[in-house]
Design a protein around this ligand. Structure first.
Ligand code: TA6
Length: 342
């Protein structure tokens, strides 16, 4: 952590909703971000004009054990229900702590926080592996074999370090470092996502560039594999897709707000795109009936090929979010420039 004080410096520790501890990061030009220790959950990211970039539901429940609906939940050690654990794993509903032994800090960094999660006794009991598989199939096989022979379980011990940095230009960087700290020589396997809820003016006016022509698994069709056809992705109904081996840059163009989000990612080959649309929105207790119109999840992820770490090995996965003004509706924006420019 850079510096903690009760004044409004670059890093302020304070109480959030329901008395939960949070950190507010501030940059001199006026941008800010908020991170709850509960879930290491980003709940706000504002630009220098104080405009919110992330969507958080008005019905979000800031109370453990429910994960906060919106912002950026962290899905670890399992994305979705693709494995033996609870949906999206347990990192999003554990209380993280400040990391007292963080990785080196780059010069001139001011607004950042280092958090750490280590497994509790209970986590060690529920996350167990006999094999260090590398695909979803082996992930499930691991579960089945483990369930057949509990006496042979090998528990997975890890250190998960997350650094959240707000850059001088208001860019938001999340860097995860996950290390296998097993002392029994065994590898472990996990899947991962930064489940990023972006705030958009009107989902019908949004397009996503960078995923066209790619293969995806469609969650709405038993995760069958398809190839995206045509141009950029637009939205007219429920979408829940895992795009595979995507480029490292994805652009989300919001015509009405005349702004473009750019996601840059590293170590995270896949990208999940989700909007629940009206029926699923109504079925979620912590989500407003019409709120699907104002959000879109685009998530840097590692889903198709689970990551395997041997003892002592560390994995690093990074997502960087930035916003650029756009005037796409007047035909001036060249999305290729956004995607391929620096
Ligand atoms: O990332 C998309 C997804 O996996 C969807 O299938 C949808 O269920 C969503 O996440 C929300 O999951 P949650 O457990 O937060 O309700």
């Amino acid at each position: 952590m850079a510096a903690a004080s009760s004044e409004k410096g670059p890093v302020e520790l304070c109480k959030g909703i329901n008395g939960l501890d949070k950190v507010v990061l501030r940059e001199v030009r006026g941008s800010s971000a908020e991170v709850y220790f509960y879930g290491a959950h980003l709940t706000s990211w504002k630009n220098e004009h104080g405009e919110e970039m992330l969507f958080v539901s008005s019905k979000a429940i800031f109370k453990p054990p429910k994960a906060i609906r919106g912002g950026i939940p962290i899905c670890f050690p399992q994305f979705s229900n693709l494995g033996p654990l609870e949906q999206h794993g347990f990192a999003r509903n554990r209380v993280w702590t400040a990391d007292k032994d963080p990785p080196p800090v780059p010069p001139n960094s001011r607004a950042f926080i280092d958090l750490i999660l280590k497994p509790s006794e209970d986590d060690l009991k529920i996350w167990s592996h006999r094999f260090g598989g590398c695909t979803l199939i082996t992930f499930w096989l691991t579960f089945i074999f483990s369930a057949l022979s509990f006496s042979d379980l090998v528990f997975s011990s890890y250190e998960f370090r997350l650094r959240v940095t707000l850059g001088p230009a208001g860019d938001l960087m999340l860097t995860s470092r996950i290390r296998n700290t097993n002392t029994d020589g065994k590898p472990f396997t996990f899947t991962f996502a930064y489940h990023t809820y972006l705030s958009v003016s009107d989902i019908c006016e949004v397009r996503v560039e960078g995923l066209e022509t790619l293969d995806y698994l469609d969650n709405l069709q038993n995760r069958e594999r398809f190839t995206e056809q045509g141009d950029a992705i637009t939205f007219e109904g429920e979408v829940d897709k895992i795009y595979l081996s995507t480029p490292t840059k994805i652009a989300i163009l919001d015509h009405e707000k005349k702004r473009t989000f750019v996601i840059r990612k590293d170590g995270l080959p896949d990208a999940v795109v989700w909007n629940p649309w009206d029926k699923k929105a109504k079925a979620m207790a912590d989500f407003g009936d019409d709120e699907y119109k104002h959000m879109l999840c685009v998530e840097a992820a590692a889903v198709e090929k689970a990551i395997t770490l041997k003892p002592g090995e560390e994995w690093r996965g990074r997502q960087e979010l930035s916003v650029v003004p756009s005037s796409y509706c007047s035909g001036q924006l060249d999305p290729q420039k956004v995607l391929h420019g620096s």
